[in-house]
Design a protein around this ligand. Sequence first.
Ligand code: NAD
Length: 554
Amino acid sequence: MTERTQNLIEPKAGLPRGAALLRDPLLNKGAAFTKAERLALGLEGLLPPKVFTIEQQAARAMENYRRKQDDLERYIHLMSLHDRNETLYYRLVIDNLEEMTPIIYTPIVGQACQQFGHLFRRARGVYISLDDRGRMTEVLRNHTHEDVRVIVVTDGERILGLGDQGVGGMGIPIGKLSLYTACAGVPPGRCLPVTLDVGTENVERLQDPLYMGICQHRLRGEEYDGFVAEFITAAREVWPKVLIQFEDFANVNAFRLLEQWRDRICTFNDDIQGTAAVALAGLCSALKITKKPLRDQRILFLGAGEAGVGIADLIVSAMVDEGAEIEDARRRCWFVDSKGLVVKSRQGLAEHKLRYAHDVLYAPDLSSAVHALEPTALVGVSTIARAFDKEIVETMARLNERPIIFALSNPTSKAECSAEEAYTWSRGKAIYASGSPFPPFTYLGKTFVSGQGNNSYIFPGLGLGIVACEARRVTDRMFAEAAKALAAQVLQNDLDMGRVYPSLRRIREVSAHIGAAVAEVAFRDGLAGVERPADVLEFVKSKMWEPRYASYLW
Ligand code: NAD
C-alpha cells in the first residue's frame, strides 16, 4: 500500500466517483474539490491541480459573464454554469440577484424560449409528450431526484407575452425554479421543471427544422384534461408531497385547471394567484400611505385576463376577511377589457369575468369608466402600452388625494404608463408601481423610486413555507397572508421614496417571513404534514438551502 492510499479518508456513502461526479451538477464542485477529495473520489488528473474557493470560482464566472456581448449570451453562460455546478450558479445569482434576475427570468428567458431549439445544449427536467400517455409514472421515474417537492409545469401555450412557444416554454419552469432557490432557498435537488408537450399552434415553430417538440396541433377538450390529469396523478404517485405550480398556461385552460385541482391537491397558478398576492401586497402598502381601509376602495382594472381577475378575486377574499359581504366586495372591483366596461348587459362574456359583470350602465372605454366610477385605484394588466394617458392620470389625481396607479403590464414597453408619466401628470401625488422596473425619477426636487410588482416577491417564499410544513393544499388565505407578510416587510424608508415593495436585496429575509406566514396558515387550518414547531420563522429559516460546498469525506 502506498503512502497516498494509506492517508485516504473515506468518502461519504452513495457518492458517484470520477467523471460521473464532475458531471452531476448538484454534486460537482469543479476546481473546488480539495486534494483529499480528489484522491478519495477518483478525481486526480481530471482537474487542473490548483484548488480554488467558491469565491474565486465566482470571480472567474463573473469575469466570463462580463465578457459576453449581449443578454442572450449571458443567459447561455449562466445556464451552462447551472448545468455544470448548481452551487456555484446559485452563489453567483444570489450575490447578483438584481442584475441577473432579468437574465435568468423575464424578459431574457422569453428570447431563450423562442430560440429554444437553436440554443439547446443539455436537457434539464422532464418532458412529457403525447406519446407518453399511459406511461407517465414510468417516464417521471426516469428522473433521478428522489424527493421532489416542487414541480413547475407548463404546456408552453402562453409564454410571458410571447404566446405559444410549444416545447420551448421549458425555459420558464427552469427559470422560475431558479428563483425558488435563489430567492427563498428551496433546495435545488427538490425542484423539478416539467413541460407537457401537447403540440403547438405556432406556425413558425412547426416549420422550423430545429424545433424540438411534437409537430402537430394542440390537444384540446377532454383529451387535454385527461392528459393533464394523468400527469398530476403520476407526479403525486412518484412524489406524494409534491407542490405542483401551473405556469404560463393559456386562459382557456388556466382557470379551469385551477378550479379542477385546487381543492384536491397541493397546487397553485402563479399567473393568477401569485400575481394577485403581489398586487394585494402593493395595495396594502399604498393604503399605509393613504390611511384608508381596503374595503372602502373602488378598484378599476384595465384587462380582464388571468392577472386582473386573479388580483380581484384575492382582493375580494381579503375584503371578506375584513368583514365585507362577498357581493359588496365584488362590486368594489370593476373591469374594462378590449370591448369596454364589463357589465351585466354584455353578451358572451367569458366565464371568469361573469362575477365582475355588475348591473350598471355600460361605458365604452377606460376614460368614461373612470369618470363614471371614480375609482381610488387603477390597475393595468392589459398589455396595452400608454393606456393610462395624461387625461386619465390627471382625472385620478383630481378624484383622489393620493391616487393608486399600478401599471403592471410587461415588458417595460407595454406598461400602461411610465413612472415618469404617473408622477408628472399627477403632480407627484400618484402611488405608483409597475410590472417591469423603471429608474428613479426626480419631480419638483423629490426623487421617487417606484416599486416593481414582481411575482418573485411571493412565489418563492410561498413555496418555501409549503415545503417546510409539508402543506397538503394551497389556499386563498395563504396568499392573503403572504401578501400581508410582504407588505409588512416594506419599511417606512421605502414608502417615503414611493416604493410599495421592499428592496429585492432583502428578498431572502422577506421570503422567510412569507414562508412563515404561509406555514402558520397551514398549521392553523390543519393542512400541515408536520408538527407545529415552537418558532415557525426559525423553523422555516432552518429549511433554507445555502449555496455552500459540503464536504464529501467523513
Ligand atoms: P391575459 O392574456 O390573460 O389578459 C390580458 C387581458 O387584457 C385580456 O383580458 C384582454 O382581453 C385584455 N385586453 C387586451 N386588449 C385590451 C384593450 N385594448 N383594453 C383593455 N383590455 C385589453 O394576460 P395576463 O396574464 O392577465 O397578463 C396581463 C399583463 O399583466 C401582461 O402584460 C403581464 O406581463 C402582466 N403581468 C404582470 C405581473 C406582475 O407585474 N407581477 C404578473 C402577471 C402578469
